[in-house]
Design a protein. Sequence first.
Length: 95
Amino acid sequence: MDKAKTQDMRVERATPEKLKTLNIETWSPWQCGCETFDWQYDEDERAYVKEGRVTVRAESGQEIAFGSGDLVFFPAGLKCTWTISEPIRKVYRLG
């Protein structure tokens, strides 16, 4: 069974305790300006948004919006479209 069908994208507000537990200082950085693009996740990804604003729409129709201070989970197998409305700067961890 395709994991994208059994797991949805999730957004939660980060707390200092949660960020410390996740050890985000060791995560990889990524940034992008305002644009729209299609993306597919080959592995689970967890990300912490340092700045910016994004809407992601999955092929399933699920849509989430997130921005600065949010933790976001993307399941392996997810196919989606990113729309970045404010330039984003995030750190992420795969797996």
